[in-house]
Ligand binder design. Structure first.
Ligand code: XMP
Length: 344
């Protein structure tokens, strides 16, 4: 076993550094992802209770990105893709690898309407993912081979190298770290997410291929750490769950209103799985997604200002992590002070 430690978000803090920035408004969180200009490096997760057409369109209008989920009938997905395309929205849609022939047919059917394809597999370091990338990139039909291919998920150098060598244009990083994942408890598999990002980003930087840190973001501080560690984009499910733009209706439990949110390996459509690796639950309704996205952007801006970085590139160069103890975790959180008004 290698002796080095592996870290997750709570194991580190970003140290403050010299700054000349006068206003946080001077800080630019914009980025270019696979040729798409974005105001904020955030993607709404391609999960069934997170990104349908409404969330995708809203993320687009707010300067982020959404990737359409794949857990509903293909004909309807196709209609949604075309409708989004007609609104001038760059669509990235998701595919699995269970039946490569059928998947390629689907890709062909919509290739003229989509910007990219997300190959969405729990274990992306897999031959079938490489086979599908080869089928897409090697296709001589239409303009399929020009489409951007995002592949994942992986969490190691070898996984990034494998997907890069296979022809992926962007790579999703994160195994078992999502809020509704049980992979780590069920299978004992995963890599602590901050180290996974650091390791994968170091390699992706060399290869000039963007990585998406996928899952486990609980607040804007985690987003800042993921970006500081080298992620080009961050994918979020839970923080957006329960918002108005997510698919699915609301319902009441004990007079409180909820929406559903579940792990994609938690339900029947994964018929080839013998064990479930996700949970199925509910979250309170949260209203529109815009304020949440703005809050995340404001937190990232704040983090960038503390290290004196005006751009994301500068942030990634200047940000330094320190390892912290569990006592620091207590110090990080707010503590309510008891105010003694009268001491008799
Ligand atoms: P958050 O923490 O934002 O994470 O809710 C969203 C990411 O979680 C991943 N995901 C899963 N991982 N079993 C897993 O091991 C599952 O059932 C599952 N469903 C989603 C996925 O990468 C998503 O973007």
């Amino acid at each position: 076993m290698p002796s080095e430690y592996y870290y997750t978000f709570d194991d580190v803090l970003i140290t403050p550094a010299y700054s000349e920035i006068e206003s946080r408004q001077d800080i630019d969180t914009s980025t270019d992802f696979l040729g798409l200009p974005l105001k904020i490096p955030i993607i709404s997760a391609n999960m069934d209770y997170i990104t349908g057409p409404k969330m995708l369109a809203t993320m687009h209008s707010l300067g982020g990105l959404g990737i359409l989920h794949r857990f509903y009938p293909w004909d309807q997905q196709k209609d949604d893709i075309i409708a989004l395309y007609e609104q001038d929205i760059s669509v990235i849609f998701s595919v699995g690898v269970r039946d490569l022939k059928e998947t390629l047919e689907h890709v062909k059917e919509v290739s003229q309407y989509v910007y990219g394809i997300c190959i969405d597999v729990a274990h992306g370091h897999h031959k079938k993912v490489a086979d599908l990338i080869e089928l897409i990139k090697g296709s001589v039909e239409g303009s399929i081979s020009d489409k951007k291919v995002i592949a994942g998920n992986v969490a190691t150098l070898e996984g990034v190298d494998f997907l890069y060598q296979s022809g992926a244009d962007a790579i999703k990083v994160g195994i078992g770290n999502g809020s509704v994942c049980t992979t780590r408890t069920v299978a004992g598999i995963g890599v602590p997410q901050l180290s996974a990002i650091l390791e994968c980003a170091a390699m992706s930087d060399e290869m000039k291929i963007p990585i998406i840190a996928d899952g486990g973001i609980r607040h804007s501080g985690d987003l800042a750490k993921a970006i500081a560690a080298g992620a080009n984009m961050v994918m979020i499910g839970n923080l957006f769950a329960g918002t108005d733009e997510t698919p699915g209706g609301t319902f009441f439990i004990n007079n409180k209103q909820f929406k559903r949110y579940r792990g994609q390996a938690s339900f029947g459509s994964n018929g080839d799985r013998y064990v479930k690796e996700g949970i199925d639950g509910v979250v309170p309704v949260k209203g529109p997604v815009a304020p949440i996205l703005h809050q995340l952007q404001a937190g990232l801006r704040s983090s960038m200002s503390y290290v004196g970085a005006r751009t994301i590139e500068e942030f990634q160069i200047k940000a330094k992590f320190v390892e912290v103890s569990s006592h620091t975790l207590m110090e990080n959180s707010t503590r309510v002070t008891e105010v003694i008004l009268d001491a008799e």
